[in-house]
Write a protein that binds this ligand. Structure first.
Ligand code: FPP
Length: 244
């Protein structure tokens, strides 16, 4: 089976999952942790190199303050409870997004977990917190402009590789599979630069219900897609034949 090297996930539907059970939305987020752990285990099982999840978007700050602080506490507690297991399982944890908007205590905990797992290399696990894809691209543009101003770079040297080297996921393979749970079929300002050629997979399953079978169904679907990268189907088949 053809496997993706990198999976990006929008974990949607926690609130609806909780509301359907008469529970507070925070309970849905709490139940959303186990599917994250499952995805990490499954990626390790299949030897998938990278997993990037959208935990909190730059737009999520507009939610009721109790929900926002509940989510921040959940991230804090999850780092406390799960960093040891990431460390033991060869998982390197990194955060992408605008850290300046986060509480100093959470920022410190994030940095500590990143440092503790920095030497791991079996799975790169990125958590997007206060992340927006446009902001990511804007920051890359600003960094490149600053390098031009300092005379380190000429504007004609700004090519796709230069931009790719400045966005948050620089150095990782591009996500070849993009999963969104919860029924919406949108990108919602997630990894805009990196998903240019990703296979998109949408499922109605709400994130807390996303289990091993649901994860494997996404992989099965990915394996059936023919990735053409702008070529014709015949060209792709021809180039694959040439590889053998
Ligand atoms: C979207 O559901 C989900 C979130 C905004 C939070 C996701 C966070 C987790 C699952 C915890 C993960 C934690 C770590 C440390 C990786 P929603 O609230 O938009 O659901 P709705 O569309 O049903 O309202």
């Amino acid at each position: 089976m053809t496997l993706p090297r990198h999976i990006a996930v929008i974990m949607d539907g926690n609130g609806r999952w909780a509301e359907a059970r008469g529970l507070p939305r925070s309970s849905g987020h709490q139940h959303g942790l186990e599917p994250v752990r499952m995805c990490i285990r499954r990626c390790r099982h299949y030897g998938i190199e990278a997993l990037t999840v959208y935990a909190f978007s730059s737009e999520n700050w507009r939610r009721p303050s109790a929900e926002v602080s509940g989510l921040m506490n959940l991230f804090f507690d999850a780092l406390e409870s799960d960093t040891g297991s990431l460390l033991e399982n060869g998982v390197r944890l990194r955060f992408i997004g605008d850290r300046d908007s986060l509480e100093p205590a959470l920022r410190a905990r994030m940095a500590e977990s990143e440092q503790r797992t920095a030497a791991n290399h079996q799975l790169s696990f990125q958590v997007a917190v206060s992340y927006g894809g446009r902001n990511d691209l804007m920051r890359a543009a600003r960094t490149l402009a600053e390098r031009c101003v300092r005379g380190e770079l000429r504007s004609e040297q700004i090519d796709e590789a230069a931009v790719a080297g400045e966005v948050s996921l620089a150095g990782l393979p591009e996500p070849d599979l993009f999963i969104r749970t919860g029924g919406e079929q949108r990108i919602s300002n997630f990894l805009l630069w990196n998903i240019a050629y990703s296979e998109l997979y949408f499922t109605d399953t709400l994130w807390p219900d996303f289990d091993e079978a649901a994860f494997d169904a996404a992989l099965q679907q990915f394996a059936t897609r023919q990735r053409r990268f702008g070529l014709t189907g015949a060209q792709v088949v021809g180039s694959q034949a040439g590889q053998h």
